[in-house]
Design a protein around this ligand. Sequence first.
Ligand code: SAM
Ligand code: SF4
Length: 474
Amino acid sequence: MAVTQTRELSKHAVDFIDDAALEALAARPAPDAAEVCDVIAKSLEKQPLSVEETAVLLAADTPDLQQEIFDAARQLKRCVYGNRIVLFAPLYIGSYCTNDCAYCGFRRSNVDSIRRTLSHDEIVGEVEALENVGHKRLILVYGEHPWYSPEFIAETVRSVYETKVGHGEIRRVNINAAPLDVEGYRVVREAGIGTYQVFQETYHHATYARVHRAGTQKADYRWRLDALSRALEAGQDDVGIGALFGLTNWKFETLALVAHSLHLQNTYGCGPHTVSFPRLTPATGLDMDEFSRVSDAEFKRLVAILRLAVPYTGLILTAREKAEVRRDVMEFGVSQIDAGTRIELGGYTAAGDAQTLRKEQFTIGDVRSLDEVVRELLQTGFVPSWCTACYRLGRTGEHFMEFAIPGFIKRYCTPNALTTLKEYLVDYASPKTRALGETVIATELDRLPDGRQKGELRTKLADIESSDQRDLYF
Ligand code: SAM
Ligand code: SF4
């Protein structure tokens, strides 16, 4: 039975966003080259940057300095994450919402929205469709509504994990839903979720009040800012923060994301697992002119700067962005992308490629299939990965930091990326993608140091090829 949520904040609740201070930093004068180089050097040592140091990078305004930032972000990504890109898909569970966020197609005042909550059988159907094209990792998405209680969320998570078809299974379910109380996070955590994401949308208090109608749950800035602190207090040590870019000054939001990350790290000894930076896209009844636009060039800068500011935090780039933009920013530090994305409820079984905006939260820019995206990644030097080993072996949260040291990628990440890629190639890939993938696996194997582990990896790859053995990892 659903238990009523309390409105109790976390033990250490504090509003750590000082608008005036962040506004001043966002508008600070351009730094000289030496200052920028010092900050870059610190980041390349894999040390998280302070808000002030991040502001130095944001203020770097010459093409030369910006190029140095891009080069450093590329270098850091390669050394912390290698050339892997983790793939996932979103699965929208319910579009009912009691909030009225000015930017969202699900807002309650949008009478044009065709709303729906997937039934158990519909969830099973969607998950089977996702498994049948090769997905292993999902993020479940919900509006904010009393129906979508922690118990309901937990039940939907269990339904996803229980659904298996052929060699298909979902090995990691992340959540993007409304903030919960501590007990609510415990309930959801027990269902075995991965990351719990809550985006602050905008950290700027006045903008927050403007876009979230007073009297709605979401209008409570503090409740939302504190959301992931409560999750951490509930033992959910895998959390994702985010800002919706386009509501206010992009430099302000970037600094606030860093402030949030540092707050969690300093208070709980565990920073966010991921940072998301969605850009606002058109939704039903939305007048885009009312919002500020973050240009592609600014977007590229903010991704690179986030990479440098939070070296060990995963960066998620979604299909809101067009394929060209995704291609362009990926190398500057993105670690996860969604692919084959459909955000219409029931979209993986029913809808074709076209978007029906009245049934969706917003417009997406990249509707390519998973196979097309995988092929492009392979062609452009990335290794697509569906690896979930660390989470399942307890190498998450703080522990993950200890492991993300030189040698870790070679020992675990690359081999696991290759076994999951091999599964994809054998079970789901088109002939063209398969051929390309096999070549990439051979090249990556060549690059790995010889030894016992390489032998074990070869055995696992051969087992996947010739038997029904799956889910083989280090
Ligand atoms: N309803 C929950 C909430 O608001 O926290 C779950 C998240 S909502 C379904 C997923 C995210 O989509 C929001 O946090 C917001 O950042 C993003 N979003 C909403 N409207 C958008 C738009 N027009 N363009 C791009 N992203 C949007
Ligand atoms: Fe509801 Fe979330 Fe959309 Fe706001 S962003 S209207 S809370 S679904």
